[in-house]
Design a protein around this ligand. Structure first.
Ligand SMILES: *Cc1c(COP(=O)(O)O)cnc(C)c1O
Length: 255
């Protein structure tokens, strides 16, 4: 009980602190960006439902999860179903096509941020009507491998236009909500603007120009605990922050 109480205090405090920092970083942006409020996605992977409830109570609505099965269990847990009716789940992990139906069936799934191939887009597009409200579209982001690291998922920047065109033209059940990158680990902002963030923004400029999209409607999902302020200064509209809110995580299990 005591442990739970302490954890409660921590999450609410951590959340306030991060929201404050987001606000401060927002004010340091170019005037043209001032109208856009960056969205905080609280990444709750490997953390218990009790901490999600704490953050929700504090007003947080967007939560990110990496593993289909873990998200399925959390989203369907009686406490979440009862107390968090307005929760918005962001799937931010690698999605295998054989798990698409399992993911799409999850209540309050808000967006899939990690579309990294036409094959996955095709699959999501085909299956969404079985799960979503009639005539609704599933929000998706295209994940871009801006750092070119081999172990990272995502579309290379040079193919973003091609995949975007495919989603816009061939995937009537999907709505392109933005572009997402994880970026290289451990970049030091003291060395200048993070090249991954610059690259993602460039990809957005390119698709907006090529397909007549309004850049204000295409989110940039970039920035995590270590660099979300830097990412916001460079135009991020969707930061994914986990450990700074919920505390350090145990090591990742293999799914
Ligand atoms: C885990 C994770 C995060 C959050 O990372 P923190 O460093 O804990 O803030 C953000 N995005 C993705 C894709 C993740 O897997």
């Amino acid at each position: 009980m005591l442990l739970k109480k302490m954890a409660e205090v921590d999450v609410k405090k951590g959340l306030k602190l991060i929201l404050n920092k987001i606000d401060e970083a927002s004010k340091r942006r170019n005037p043209e960006l001032q109208a856009l409020e960056p969205r905080l996605v609280a990444v709750s992977k490997l953390k218990p439902v009790s901490l999600i409830l704490d953050a929700y109570e504090e007003g947080q609505r967007h939560f990110g999860e990496n593993y289909v099965q873990e998200l399925e269990e959390k989203a369907n847990s009686p406490e979440i179903m009862e107390k968090c009716k307005d929760i918005r789940w962001h799937f931010i992990g690698h999605l295998q096509t054989n798990k698409v139906n399992k993911l799409l069936a999850i209540p309050n799934l808000y967006i899939v941020e990690t579309v990294d191939s036409k094959k996955l887009a095709t699959n999501l597009n085909k299956n969404w009507p079985k799960f979503g409200p009639p005539d609704s579209k599933l929000k998706v982001m295209i994940q871009v491998n801006t750092s070119g690291e081999e172990e990272k998922d995502g579309v290379p920047p040079s193919e973003v236009c091609d995949v975007t065109k495919y989603v816009l033209d061939e995937c009537g059940n999907l709505q392109l909500d933005g572009l997402m990158t994880i970026g290289r680990f451990g970049y030091n902002p003291a060395d200048g603007p993070n090249p991954d963030f610059i690259s993602l923004k460039r990809c957005r400029d390119e698709i907006c120009q090529n397909f007549g999209l309004d850049w204000k409607n295409i989110n940039l999902s970039m920035g995590m605990s270590d660099d979300f302020e830097h990412a916001i200064e460079l135009g991020s509209t969707n930061v994914r922050v986990g450990s700074s809110i919920f505390g350090h995580r145990p090591l990742k299990p293999k799914e």
